[in-house]
Design a binder for this molecule. Structure first.
Ligand code: 3PG
Length: 402
């Protein structure tokens, strides 16, 4: 079901679930990619004369209002991008929301305060979620689900709300799925997946599912140290998930059996401590503890030889999916690996997909533009779970996943 299935929208109150969970620093939005990604759907609804009520979460507050997680700065930015003012309700299902919703004229837009200021949004109790969804539904006449980044969550505004109003997916969900289907159905080969980020345990499902489907798997980020440790190397104070060592050994064996290349770093940027001005040195991947920092050294980025090797594999690929930074890109001395990988993705003759909030923010912070990539997904967990072949509640309820 697409927006067209909802019939004429002029004068109707349409609730739109977006994922406007953007990174903030000191109350300032550092990457507005998710707000921009919501514009096609919101623009279409405004153009159709709907009265648009946007709902979203921001961060993970504890189920009570917390000014740190207010969507107020997002309302401001959304207004700038839409070129019209966006009314902001200071609550989600209270008197402010009711008043703001009732005051909308055709083609006007409002944003309600953070859904997660109400514990029922993410409650494990079906009854609680249903009750909250019913209060949200009372504000509108139709529902458009467009928060791709949150479709893997069975939460009131993603799942139960879609059962209570005439519902459809929005343009962002359609765009995201069109690209992700290309990765799962018949990716043009060679197909390379680049995984980084801090935890192997977050990526277990995707590694298991992708191993038989890819030609190369490149491993960087904090999770690489669990792979190095699985090979018997010492990793100093680097991130390490000891409880995953056997699982990782299993993947290495499986890759060998399948003839899939798991490319692991051969050199590492090792620092004396975590910080922007920490002393650091490039060391072989099997010599992390042989630097002047000894056993207290910690790896914070892939080394230049590894980055060059990763770039070579990426450039020779026709399809590349990348999730997770290669190092601590927020600190200048440890950003080079992530930058080299991003650059290689911009150079491939084929489809490059960047998945995940962190990787998307990384490429923008490092000065790349969205247009240099085939697609930058707004979904981190959502795109990974989709690639794992999991059923996503927010898609299932819309009839978008059989
Ligand atoms: C994300 O950032 O991946 C989405 O906004 C979902 O957020 P969550 O992981 O807190 O549910």
């Amino acid at each position: 079901r697409t927006i067209d299935s909802l019939g004429p929208l002029a004068g109707r109150k349409v609730i739109v679930r977006c994922d406007l969970n953007v990174p903030l620093k000191d109350g300032r939005i550092t990457d507005d990619g998710r707000i921009r990604a919501s514009l096609p759907t919101l623009g279409a609804l405004v153009g159709a004369g709907a009265r648009v009520i946007v709902i979203s979460h921001l961060g993970r507050p504890d189920g009570t209002p917390d000014p740190k997680y207010s969507l107020a700065p997002v309302a401001q930015r959304l207004g700038e991008l839409l070129g019209q003012s966006v009314a902001f309700a200071e609550d989600t299902v209270g008197s402010s929301a009711a008043e703001v919703a009732a005051g909308l004229a055709d083609g006007q837009v409002a944003l309600l305060e953070n859904l997660r200021f109400d514990a029922r949004e993410t409650s494990k109790s079906d009854a609680d979620r249903r009750e909250f969804a019913a209060q949200l539904a009372a504000l509108g006449d139709a529902f458009v689900s467009d928060g791709f980044g949150v479709v893997h969550r069975k939460q009131a505004s993603v799942y139960e709300l879609a059962e209570l109003l005439p519902s459809s997916a929005g343009a962002l969900i359609a765009t995201e799925l069109a690209v992700l289907y290309k990765l799962t159905a018949t990716p043009t080969r060679p197909y390379t997946v680049v995984l980084g980020g801090s935890k192997v345990s977050d990526k277990l499902g995707v590694i298991a599912h992708l191993l038989p489907r890819v030609d190369s798997l490149l491993i960087g980020g904090g999770m690489l140290f669990t792979f190095l440790a699985a090979l018997g190397h010492k990793v100093g104070e680097s991130l390490l998930e000891e409880d995953q060592l056997d699982v990782v050994r299993g993947y290495l064996d499986e890759a060998e059996r399948l003839g899939v290349e798991i490319v692991l770093p051969t050199d590492i940027v090792v620092a004396s401590r975590f910080g922007p001005d920490a002393e650091h040195i490039v060391a072989p991947a099997d010599g992390i503890e042989n630097t002047p920092f000894g056993a207290s050294g910690l790896g914070l980025d892939i080394g230049p030889d590894t980055a060059a090797r990763f770039a070579e594999v990426i450039r020779a690929s026709k399809t590349v999916f990348w999730n997770g930074p290669m190092g601590v890109f927020e600190l200048a001395p440890f950003a080079a690996g992530t930058k080299t990988v991003a650059e290689a993705l911009t150079e491939i003759d084929g489809l490059s997909v960047v998945g995940g909030g962190d990787s998307a923010a990384a490429v923008r912070v490092l000065g790349f533009t969205d247009e240099q990539f085939g697609h930058i997904s707004t979904g981190g967990g959502a795109s990974l779970e989709f690639l794992e072949g999991k059923r996503l509640p927010g898609l299932e309820i819309l009839g978008w996943q059989a």
